[in-house]
Design a protein around this ligand. Structure first.
Ligand code: G6P
Length: 373
């Protein structure tokens, strides 16, 4: 009903707007600017040796949760210097994966009921792995069958396309990576700085939400298109994949996300005049090398006529001349950037789908939770 939507036209719009609070709720009590994430150990209740002695982390998840896992990999490798794989849960058990007692498996699921993820986690536990669930639904099957759980506190998510659950999955995965870093490598200035940046995420997400009117206008202007491509690299690659997934789910577009470095190995053949290409640009300050490379990619596709829609940090003037549309993001460290960069892509897909007359809360053919394999 309208009351349940709090005056918003859709649950999706309501849930997009709730993201600063959802992110703050997921952080609440888990991150102390002075102590880092040390209280997380007590919350998880795992034998500390499991975290200290793990030889690798394997993230299993589906759909949007898989994209959160791709960010988790970057954070676990960077902050904990621990090898991390990310696997589509539906593929995991069918390739006889190498998991055992020294593997920490992280099962990411909003609903906690996704059959593919549940089957993968059962397989991992049969091999002796420790399974930690990152989940939004209290008492659901995946946390019940796991050794430990880190709840995302997004609150109920009704719209089929995930928004606030995704942002809180990112937060939970980043908290977990920080914790692994602290436990395995001890405190460091790098981890403290990451913790400070993460604690500012609610305000950063709110700042992005306050500037979305031009994104909505852009989306309405592109509602007649059929294809949109998304490019990113490093932490921007999962954001590109998620932006494309949102557009598939809601607008029924042929939307694809690519790692920008792969452009020359195939996707550039898709570029044609006026094709919208959305590019997530790394920071020119904290990711200068990748920034330069992606600016060249943008020049290449623009020279072939693409309409470039560029998500770039405040103050990034180098990319501005090549952007047909420029969407500004707050300056945050690379591993935090997905939290702010995903938001305009949610708004874009929601507005574009609405302009096409689609039901954004109940897209065709999709279910919120897929409980069959
Ligand atoms: C379904 C939903 C997706 C979701 C995926 C995983 O396909 O439509 O939005 O990302 O399941 O769901 P989970 O509840 O496991 O996060």
């Amino acid at each position: 009903s309208a009351a349940e939507k709090d005056g918003y036209d859709s649950f999706m719009l309501k849930e997009i707007a709730e993201q600063p609070k959802a992110v703050a709720d997921t952080l609440l009590g888990r991150l102390d600017p002075a102590l880092g994430t040390l209280t997380l150990g007590a919350e998880l209740g795992l034998d500390p040796a499991v975290l200290r002695e793990a030889e690798k982390v394997v993230v299993i998840a589906c759909g949007t949760a898989h994209h959160a896992g791709l960010v988790a990999r970057l954070a676990v490798e960077r902050w904990a210097r621990l090898p991390c794989e990310v696997e589509l849960a539906s593929e995991f058990r069918y390739r006889d994966p190498i998991v055992g007692p020294r593997t920490l498996v992280v099962a990411v699921s909003q609903s906690g009921e996704t059959a593919d993820t549940l089957m993968a986690l059962r397989h991992a536990r049969e091999q002796g792995a420790t399974v930690l669930a990152v989940c939004n639904t209290n008492g659901s099957t995946i946390p019940r069958e796991s050794d430990a759980v880190l709840y995302t506190h997004a609150g109920p998510e009704v719209a089929v396309a995930s928004t606030k659950a995704f942002l809180t999955q990112l937060v939970a995965c980043l908290l977990l990576a920080l914790h692994l870093g602290e436990v395995r490598r001890g405190p460091s200035e790098e981890l403290r700085e990451a913790a400070r940046a993460l604690s500012r995420a609610p305000e950063d997400v709110a700042a992005v939400l306050a500037t979305m009117e031009p994104v909505r206008e852009l989306a309405r202007g592109l509602a007649h298109k059929e294809t949109v491509l998304f490019l990113g690299r490093h932490s921007g690659h999962p954001v590109a994949l998620e932006g494309a997934l949102k557009l598939k789910e809601l607008a029924y577009f042929h939307a694809e996300g690519f790692a920008a470095g792969e452009l020359k190995h195939g996707p550039i053949a898709l570029i044609e005049p006026d094709l919208p290409v959305i590019v997530v640009v790394p920071s020119p300050v904290t990711a200068a090398l990748l920034h330069g490379k992606i600016v060249s990619n943008i020049q290449e596709i623009r020279a072939r006529g693409a309409r470039t829609i560029v998500l770039a940090e405040e103050g990034d003037e180098a990319v501005a001349p090549y952007a047909d549309h420029l969407i500004r993001l707050p300056a945050v460290p690379p591993l935090i950037q997905p939290l702010v960069a995903a938001v305009p892509l949610q708004v874009f897909a929601c507005e574009l789908a609405t302009a096409r007359g689609n039901d954004v809360d109940q897209p065709r053919n999709l279910a919120k939770s897929v409980t069959v394999e």
